[in-house]
Design a protein around this ligand. Sequence first.
Ligand code: ITT
Length: 213
Amino acid sequence: MKTIVAATKNKHKIVEIEAITSQFGMNIIPRDEAGVPDVEIPETGKTFEENSYIKAYEIMKLSGQITIADDSGLVVDCIDGAPGVYSARFATFPGIWPDENDEGEEDSDDRDNNSKLLRLIKDFPYEERTARFVSVITMVFPDGKTIAARGTVEGHLVLEERGGGGFGYDPIFIPLGYDKTFGELPAELKNSISHRANALKMLKEKLENITID
Ligand code: ITT
């Protein structure tokens, strides 16, 4: 397999994607190392699949190389699936579950996103605080051929942040079958059961069934 460009600008995702794919012998390089200029790709899609394709296709055009993108997020059942595709922008995206503490900044950081989510779910009992992480990985080849794979991991949310590992919503997410959050569990464990791991494993299976020039 040739070198594959990762379309993401999120350093945590890069580390996880490299750790997971190194086990299948894929050689991933971040977009900046592939000479891709520091442009923002607008995520205008309404689904993880649409946004994942937009990012992979645009970065493939700029790099001229096989590219993968990850579009991911947390889907929380008791608040109608929010933040979903708006996970990275939850605390500041206009009109998405607005709350009086929103500051109206362009980018939201993990702490603001987590505190907004915790305010919204605080009155729900544990058994109703079910959620899943979703990752859609799309691989686009220079000839336009596209392969996409969706991975999920189910779990529950806790009402205070626990652990300093991972990123994003990890400190409040307990994967099903465990009693610790992704922020507390070792990175190797997260990388063996996560939504991203499941999507990348499925992508690998799909790649084994197609012919690549
Ligand atoms: P790129 O678009 O450059 O890849 P991004 O962080 O903006 O980076 P997304 O639009 O896919 O990526 O948003 C993903 C958000 O979902 C991320 O910022 C976290 O808030 C959340 N998320 C995704 N995977 C996660 C994980 O493994 N652990 C915790 N939070 C996660």
